[in-house]
Write a protein that binds this ligand. Sequence first.
Ligand code: S3P
Length: 424
Amino acid sequence: MPGDKSISHRALILGLIATGETRISNLLEGEDVLRTADAARALGAAVSRDDDGTWRVTGAGIGGLRQPDAALDFGNAGTGSRLMMGVAGSHPIETTFDGDASLRTRPMRRILDPLVRMGTSVVAEAPGGRVPLTLRGPRETIPVTYETPAASAQIKSAVLLAGLNSPGTTTVIERQATRDHTERMLRHFGAAVTVAADGETGRRISLRGQPELRGCEVAVPADPSSAAFAIVAALIVPGSEVVIERVMTNPLRTGLIITLLEMGASIEFANRRDVGGEEIADLHVAASRLRGVDVPAGRAPAMIDEYPVLAVAAAFAEGRTTMRGLEELRVKESDRLAAVAAGLEANGVVTEIGGDDLVVHGEGRPPRGGGLVTTHMDHRIAMAFLVMGLATREPVTVDDGAMIATSFPGFVPLMRGLGAAIGP
Ligand code: S3P
């Protein structure tokens, strides 16, 4: 499995704002991450790749960013663009952010609002707070205490990264805990970050500003969000047995596995260990009879990117699966709630959308398939429905596979290696 996308973006970004050299092994070389590498270069880092695949970043240091000569093009990448808004928008330089047709539809107000409170000026923006947009940061950011309006690691991370260039302490409060890779990696680079529980499900994260970040080694673990496709493929294709090595098992990323276990999946964790501050394990997955379950809204942050492929698993299960509280799914690379329901319906699966909940009616046998799925420039919609086609009665067709390269460039060859027939 390729390296984790979230950790890959963060390793390059922290490499940019650290001093000295950061060496990254198993970086995800997907298009989204390569855009972040280009942006880091444009902001003053030296970024190179050795022949053995190790990436080296020599940082510009906090306060040392240089003004890019041209707009930063983040392609399809919400994470890269939003985290970099926190970094560049907290420096006294003017930076323009842009992206592809999908990124140009995605909400950026959620990042601009806290940045403005921290002293950033929004020099220009497309209507509705979208890219292309231009930021100018202050000399030093104002320390704030900010409660995120949505359960979003991207908002949290942008605020914390902007807080690095502040003389005081920046605090982010989240009502539901979201993936904590930024906090973990900031510590790994030498920042003082404290995390406390806030209520039953929330967290309060504080960062002391203007730390000395030192370049270091980052070993990127395998991406659980990419592993998800092989896991579900193994579960739904009769007779399958697959081992997936070095998968990150950070509890804020394992919502899919927990849900699949509740559905009756055979998934075993072997060889659990710790690598660079993250837990990893080898996963043993075998084809299983699945049953429908109720997935609580509180689990959404821990499996946010996995709902499309969970919905595919649910289509093979016996009975109804209800996934609750999916409002954030509407603002991903596409409106994933609508795209998943439409894709399942096109392949003979009965679905219902009620408010922000999705219900999938499984019949405990392979659905008909044979449909054409519109992917709306969304890599995870494309991969989820190709996986579905491995076990439906008729093959499934997706309208576009090009976006798969944003997160999982080796998806087709890897799945073919497992026996999948995927072709034009
Ligand atoms: C990510 C956070 C999630 C996730 C995205 C990656 C990150 O987005 O969907 O693919 O690396 O922080 P939100 O935190 O906005 O939900």
